[in-house]
Design a protein around this ligand. Structure first.
Ligand SMILES: [Zn+2]
Length: 140
């Protein structure tokens, strides 16, 4: 028997006994008990959510770059460390081949792989230099 049904039965008994004061106190008690039951349900839900966050937090791997990854993640996805630190949100970063990223949520940007970024910058510098010397040869 649930709390609501139990109180309904007891209140019916109090009504039949024609005891107005007992009836009034039982109504107050039942209202309080039902409020407490709702609060317990809310707290259970909140506790489940906190446990989930704690479990995820234990899987977080920090890096020198402003991003985090998850232990045992076969895809090796990168997530925004700012979003994780400020709101415990795992927001997957938009990663580019040149080693840079942007967060689609907070718009933070940076390098997820400094070595890739250095290689990409060096290739760009080489390509620019080669283009410059070709242009120089064309016009002189
Ligand atoms: Zn973010």
């Amino acid at each position: 028997m649930g709390l609501y049904e139990a109180f309904k039965d007891v209140i019916t008994v109090a009504q039949k006994a024609d005891n107005v004061e007992l009836y009034r106190q039982l109504l107050d008690l039942s209202a309080q008990a039902l409020d407490m039951q709702a609060e317990i349900a809310r707290l259970k839900e909140e506790n489940t959510e906190l446990k989930k966050r704690r479990d995820v937090a234990s899987e977080i791997i920090r890096h020198d770059e402003p991003c985090v990854t998850l232990r045992n993640d076969n895809q090796n996805l990168f997530y925004c460390s700012h979003c994780w630190d400020s709101q415990q949100l795992l927001i997957q970063l938009n990663c580019h081949e040149n080693g840079t990223f942007e967060c689609p949520h907070c718009k933070a940007a940076g390098n997820y792989n400094n070595e890739l970024k250095r290689q990409s910058d060096a290739e760009m510098a080489r390509a620019f230099s080669e283009m410059n010397s070709r242009a120089h040869n064309l016009f002189l």
